[in-house]
Design a protein around this ligand. Structure first.
Ligand code: AMP
Length: 542
């Protein structure tokens, strides 16, 4: 017997109808490029989002079309976050930290027809525009002037009639947004989020044992809107009515702390590198910033160092929480809140548990598997982490490229090696992915190795991560030279510099007679990593 409940579609427009009906006056604050503050409300953003939707329709955007953004975190980017899914199109955020060649590949692969770009990022766009197929370019900024052949965002909005917006019925399974994730072979893979996934993710992360967000909160969105949808914060905040604060082009520690103080921020989230900078600033100026309203800081995207957690907590009275997630989720997977059994005063051991990545959010299930099958949740045995749930990717865009990340029984293989304790706390121990995460962004070791080996003096090259105090991981290259050839580390860096962004280049190049190999002839990266770690202790700083 079927239940007799309405088939109410869980969509982004459904979130936004609630926002407009109940939270229209809640603040949306952005730092402009000149450091001044732009103050708006959800109501104003939504009115402008409707105008943007009308303008995009006039430019030929139809349901299902991908609309790219190349923007920092600010209110106009939020308007795009709202407008594009609202009209049934797909919001595709491009990561401005990527190399132009990669951006070109991604935009072409996704089939982006229109792009919204910050004026300050126009130079970057010019470097990959020829590879992509944008019909229309919309330039965002306070400036009136725009380059020939582009549209001015503000003028487009001024010329659009909000009342011409006709909301369509959107199927909750339709795509609302899209992000690309770094591929282990260097080829990024597209993740398409359904409206339903974003709605359920917003609800799950807002829960009391999640981010615990409510209307009275003010959220500082430090985590970039161009990486995994700013961890869903724009939609989660809109669902509960929490105010939103965006640092714009200035996500530096001082600027973030000033915003926390002046805007009464209660919640923020970002990668460890950001919080390491914030901790340094707090240590340098104790008592300078009033952070009394800040109840939660979420640290995720990479393992939070213990010194960071303790420093924020013990020296500055802040409450950091660890979190693990992935672009392939929407993206928050687990959160390190203490469960009742662990939180009891007599339980002790808080600290140890809080260093773990936490327990899964609602509508997510975890399991660990190794060669022998599923492994127990004993906190010791390790296995590859697999996940399934209501906001986990079921396939990549163009599934033929998915490369075995989905199991036959419908779970997603994360490529992370972990253990889970009897309370359900996940602990990430290692990863099978041949990637390096530096400052929260990925570097493909495989891509660097390929490029190094294309140099005429290089016979073999392996790139591994070594720990770094600020970026957490940095690449170091081990190179075997061809007989009779020489090349300097500087020359190799210059060789790589033509293909990769500066921050991808290995901090060091080490010349070896041979690279350690497994019995099957593959590079034994774990041995290499261990030996290089001794050479480059966590305090190394090139
Ligand atoms: P991304 O898709 O860029 O968000 O990267 C997801 C990957 O980042 C995960 O599969 C992990 O390898 C890593 N990661 C994310 N959060 C954490 C964390 N809290 N601790 C350790 N690794 C993490």
């Amino acid at each position: 017997m079927r239940g007799l409940t309405m088939d109410y579609q869980l969509t982004v427009p459904a979130i936004l109808r609630r926002t407009e009906a109940l939270f229209a006056s809640r603040p949306v604050v952005s730092r402009r490029p000149d450091h001044s503050l732009h103050r708006a409300t959800y109501g104003a953003c939504l009115r402008r989002a409707r105008r943007l939707a009308v303008a995009l329709e006039r430019l030929g955007v139809e349901p299902g079309d991908r609309v790219a953004t190349l923007c920092w975190n600010h209110h106009r980017h939020l308007e795009a976050y709202f407008a594009i899914p609202m009209m049934g199109a797909v919001l595709h955020t491009l990561n401005l930290r990527l190399h132009p060649d990669e951006l070109g590949y991604i935009a072409a692969h996704a089939g982006d027809g229109v792009i919204l770009v910050d004026r300050s990022l126009l130079m970057l766009l010019e470097q990959f525009r020829a590879r992509a197929r944008f019909r229309e370019v919309i330039v965002i900024g306070d400036d009136e002037a725009t380059p020939v052949g582009t549209h001015n965002y503000e003028r487009l909005l001024a010329g659009s009639d909000e009342s011409a917006f006709r909301g369509r019925d959107i199927d909750e399974h339709a795509a609302a947004a899209m992000c690309y994730t770094s591929g282990t072979t260097g080829r990024p893979k597209g993740v398409l989020y359904s409206h339903r996934a974003l709605a359920l993710h917003s609800m799950a992360t807002a829960m009391a044992d999640g981010f615990a967000l409510r209307e009275a909160d003010v959220v500082l969105a430090v985590v970039p809107m161009f990486h995994a949808n700013a961890w869903g914060l724009p939609f989660t905040a809109a669902l509960v009515g929490a105010g939103l604060v965006f640092p714009g082009e200035h996500p530096d520690p001082r600027s973030l702390l000033e915003l926390c103080q002046t805007e009464g921020v209660t919640f923020s989230a970002g990668v460890p590198t950001v919080w390491l900078g914030v901790l340094e600033e707090l240590d340098a100026a104790p008592g300078k910033y009033d952070l009394s309203r800040l109840h939660t800081i979420v640290i995720g995207g990479a393992a939070a160092p213990e010194s960071l957690m303790l420093g924020l907590e013990e020296r500055h009275g802040l409450r950091p929480l660890t979190s693990w997630g992935m672009t392939e989720l929407a993206p928050v997977g687990t959160l390190g809140r203490l469960c009742a059994e662990v939180d009891a005063p007599e339980a002790g051991g808080h600290h140890f548990i809080r260093m773990k990545q936490g327990r899964p959010g609602a509508w997510l299930e975890l399991r660990l598997r190794n060669q022998t099958g599923e492994v127990p949740w004993d906190g010791v045995t390790m296995g590859e982490l697999e996940i399934r749930g209501a906001y986990v990717a079921a396939a990549y865009y163009r599934p033929e490229e998915e490369g075995g990340w989905f199991t036959e029984d419908g779970w997603f293989r994360t490529g992370d090696i972990a253990s889970i304790d009897p309370f359900g706390y996940l602990e990430i121990r290692d990863r099978t992915k041949d990637l390096i995460k530096s400052g929260g962004e990925w570097i493909s070791s495989v891509a660097l190795e390929g490029a190094l080996m294309s140099h005429p003096a290089v016979a073999e090259a392996a790139v591994v991560a070594v720990p770094h105090p600020r970026w957490l991981e940095r690449p170091v290259a081990a190179v075997v030279l061809r007989e009779g050839r020489t090349v300097s580390p500087l020359e190799l860096r210059a060789h790589l510099g033509t293909r990769f962004p500066e921050w991808w280049l290995p901090d060091y190049v080490v010349f070896l007679p041979a690279i350690p190999r497994t019995s099957t002839g593959k590079f034994l990266k774990s041995a290499l990593r261990d030996s290089l770690r001794d050479h480059f202790p966590p305090t190394h700083s090139p």
